[in-house]
Design a protein around this ligand. Structure first.
Ligand code: DLL
Length: 442
């Protein structure tokens, strides 16, 4: 552990830290952020009313829309002269969400990401390949910040230029790698295309996140690269990567940095808390941030939490893998499904490459799903490139059957030749909406 005294603190010790952080944060936002002061006043809450962690329920939620309305600096609690870094997340439409960090925030962020790298199996002596994009996105510089804090030799390669990534991995012999799971899989694919065995690199562990991915994807990455693959979670509004990380020892849930973030899980419709172990929307309150303290941020991410101690010795709250975002949930004829659930099923079927796209289409007056997925090279060669071959038709039926059984959805399946669907150098686009703009939701 990077900070054993914190990561394995007793429940009581953690609660004390959290309550102090909460009180400080509430005072900070009330005194320095007009947006929160107004909200608190409307609800007739003063910072002194927050006397226990339970009292957090009295506080208002913050939403993505609030960032948009307060664009760019309206939610900052310090003057811009004191801000030392700005990041952002690319929204699906319009302007990015802007976030800022003080010097202390950056230091803290580095510590949390250093904890994450150590939890993933990283060591100070490592060479570390950072394939997250450097820029406004928090992935590249966030991981870099933590790698610097830990003291590893970071290769700031960023995303893209896949052949160069491979040369660097071969020549510089990194022990650790990080990037989006979909992009690292593209690197693996390219290695195979170039006739290399991806299992023969020096890599031993990978830190993957920034997009939803499934256990099946983990198995693919682990077996193809002969590494341990762990899930890292975070979001720019709260900080960036490092909000939570899986440990390589157990790989069962992501350890949340409880000393920095108070987590709640709510029913996104009723906004009421759900019980531990039940799935709902993650809500985070920052406890130590200076530049952009955030109260009860509704992430839109669907997961569950457990407070049971992990076998690795860490005592922090653990969150499950993120199933998906509330706004990525597909609703087809009354059935709700997340892309990651579809991925989970697809990756159980032999002969498919883990590259797919869920296209939303119109069929007459009804909305429908057209699932595009690539067959793997072996199957493709076996059928001599004939995608109307009987075995391909059987495979389509198998996919339809599996999705009907496991996810209760009917889909049209389009099997594609290997390497024909678009690859991304960062977050993969899993859903493509091909319906007319006027189409009603499904
Ligand atoms: O994606 C921060 C990050 C960078 C996390 C590198 C991990 C690694 P944003 O661009 O603001 O920040 O996007 C945040 O991405 O609300 C989730 O929906 C999704 N996300 C992040 N990590 C995971 C993960 C970065 N491990 C949004 N699993 C979040 C599933 C994830 N979804």
């Amino acid at each position: 552990m990077y900070n054993p005294e914190i990561e394995s603190a007793s429940n009581q010790e953690m609660k004390v830290l959290q309550l102090n952080g909460l009180k400080k944060t509430v005072t900070n936002v009330y005194g320095n952020v007009e947006f929160y002061r107004q909200k608190f006043d409307e609800l007739q809450i003063k910072p002194e009313d927050i006397c226990s962690l339970e009292d957090i329920k009295k506080l208002p939620f913050t939403k993505k829309k609030d960032f948009r309305d307060q664009y760019p600096y309206g939610l900052f609690a310090i003057p811009i002269e004191e801000v030392t870094r700005i990041h952002g997340s690319s929204g699906t439409s319009g302007k990015p969400t802007i976030v800022g960090y003080s010097e202390t925030d950056l230091k803290n962020w580095g510590v949390l990401v250093a904890r994450a790298i150590v939890a993933a199996g990283g060591k100070k002596s490592d060479v570390f390949h950072n394939a997250y994009g450097y820029g406004l996105f928090t992935g590249g510089l966030g991981l870099h910040q933590g790698a610097d804090e830990l003291g590893v030799a970071t290769i700031p390669i960023s995303g893209g230029n896949t052949e160069r990534q491979i040369t660097i991995i071969n020549d510089l012999q990194p022990r650790g790698i990080c990037g989006t799971p979909s992009y690292v899989l593209s690197i693996v694919e390219k290695m195979e295309e170039l006739g290399m065995d991806p299992r023969k690199t020096n890599l031993e562990y990978g830190i993957f996140g920034a997009e939803a991915w499934s256990e099946g994807m983990r198995q693919k990455l682990e077996s193809k690269l002969d590494i341990k693959a762990v899930d890292i979670y975070g979001l720019s509004e709260i900080m960036g990567p490092g909000v939570a990380i899986e440990c390589h020892e157990v790989q069962d849930g992501l350890h949340i940095a409880d000393d920095h973030f108070f987590v709640e899980v709510i029913d996104p419709d009723t906004l009421e808390p759900v019980a531990d172990g039940e799935t709902g929307e993650l809500v985070f309150t920052s406890l130590q941030k200076e530049a952009l303290p955030i109260i009860r941020y509704r992430t839109g991410d669907i997961a569950s939490i457990t407070r049971e101690k992990c076998k690795c010795g860490r005592t922090t709250t653990r969150m499950s893998r993120v199933k998906g975002r509330t706004d990525d949930m597909i609703i087809v004829r009354g059935v709700n499904v997340f892309p990651s659930e579809i991925e989970r099923e697809l990756l159980q079927i032999d002969g498919l490459a883990p590259v797919y796209q869920i296209q939303l289409i119109r069929k007459g007056v009804m909305d429908a799903i057209e699932l595009h997925i690539e067959v793997d090279c072996t199957i493709y060669d076996q059928v001599g490139g004939d995608l109307s071959h009987e075995s391909i038709v059987l495979m389509k039926r198998k996919i339809q059957h599996q999705l009907k059984n496991a996810c209760l959805i009917s889909v049209d399946v389009v099997l594609n030749a290997p390497k024909t669907l678009p690859r991304s150098e960062g977050k993969a686009t899993r859903i493509v909406d091909r319906r007319e703009p006027t189409a009603v939701s499904m």
